[in-house]
Design a binder for this molecule. Sequence first.
Ligand SMILES: Cc1cc2nc3c(=O)[nH]c(=O)nc-3n(C[C@H](O)[C@H](O)[C@H](O)COP(=O)(O)OP(=O)(O)OC[C@H]3O[C@@H](n4cnc5c(N)ncnc54)[C@H](O)[C@@H]3O)c2cc1C
Length: 440
Amino acid sequence: MNIAIIGAGATGMAAAYDLSIKGHSPKIYEASAFMGGHASTFDVGGTQLERGYHHWFTNDIDIINLLNEIGLGNEIKWFESKVGTLVNGKIYPFGTPLDLLRFSAINILDRLRLGLATLYIQKKMNFKDFENITASNWLSKNVGKNAYEIFWEPMLRGKFGEKFYDKISMAWIWGKVHTRLASRGSNFSKEKLGYPMGSFAQIFDVLSDKIKNSGGEINLSTLVNKVVTNKDKFIGLEISEKNSIKRLIKFDACLVTTPSHIFEKLVGDDLSLAYKNKIASIKYMSAVLIVLVLNKPLTDRYWLNIADRSIPFVAVIEHTNFIDSSNYSDKHIVYLSNYLDKDNYMYSMSHEELLEHYIPHLVKINPDFNSDWIETSYHHKIDYAQPIVGINYSKNIPDHKTPIQGLYLANTSQVYPEDRGTNYSVRMGRNLANTIMQSF
Ligand SMILES: Cc1cc2nc3c(=O)[nH]c(=O)nc-3n(C[C@H](O)[C@H](O)[C@H](O)COP(=O)(O)OP(=O)(O)OC[C@H]3O[C@@H](n4cnc5c(N)ncnc54)[C@H](O)[C@@H]3O)c2cc1C
């Protein structure tokens, strides 16, 4: 069967791997010059590092299984997560129930309510119980206004910004709580996070070799301009090659792994109104990251939530408090993270402007910080980074099988109720490969 895949991210590569080992020879078309999409990497002093921080939970079994299958299982290393929250200039560690009891930024009653509410969410097995209420409503009622504002609200603001943080469905929090608590084994054990020691680049390289060795093709720097259809049937792709020449290539089926809005533009008018309406209802946040390479550690935390609205970024992710700095020539790597909508003033700032904007706030995290610690920095803007999960989100998720025969869609907006992640992209890609094979 002649199958096209648009996008060489985790979804497209996982689908292509399964199709190729089952004897089909998929052809991937990827607009960028590199594989990996949102999980792609860049060079930091000779070592590959993800453009946006990445880790796995112990229950991310689909991607763990894939790595075992392709011979990279031993590359996954697990380390205790070091999470913290910055409140009023103090960093509170946040890894165990004991840390919660010691969280003196809120009173003891609020701490107990916070713990009990988390246990309640964990006991509820059906996310649908939480679908039609916003997280801000449910949490402020059930953990109390103060605990909500100091603990949960900064996380919601962190992921969805000023504009959307109070519109997020409680089902999204349900997904987060279930994933993270399941990842601990029991409530009282410390959370472990995993990382592929050769970086995500190694995964995409090995997948690429296996796909090509089984007869598949990966065409980088190849933009798909148009999905060509005839009434309700998929015909082929119009692509732009490196020399800008456009050509039409015919296929039996196509899996599109681009964000939904790009998918809609690629297909155009042939999509049904009902399907278009679902796509139109999906909104995304962009991730904007400054990556600092420091000659000293900034904190002792891997993940620091910032519950201080005078600081213009929402999380500090110190990668080298997770993966040892010896892997990065003894440098300390820190992501300053924001999820922004495109109207936010920081979205359009240049690298230098954003760095200048952020630097004065780093002393609020470590009073000894000095800008001489910064050896170099990078600026990454990742669009369509996080779908905005509003109430009753499940009703608006477009089907993987589109109304056009032979055309399939698989992207992060269809991951639900779990939060999007490479594990779910791999699961989705492999499921879709199966669906496509069975349909012929
Ligand atoms: C900042 C950040 C942090 C994250 N942290 C984690 C984490 O800790 N753990 C985790 O598991 N996951 C994490 N994720 C999520 C994870 O990266 C994504 O869920 C996953 O990589 C999505 O893969 P995908 O293949 O579905 O989409 P994408 O990676 O977006 O791939 C789609 C591909 O399609 C290509 N494309 C688009 N338009 C065209 C076109 N017209 N023609 C050809 N190609 C096109 C794009 O270039 C892209 O490569 C994070 C994401 C971000 C942004």
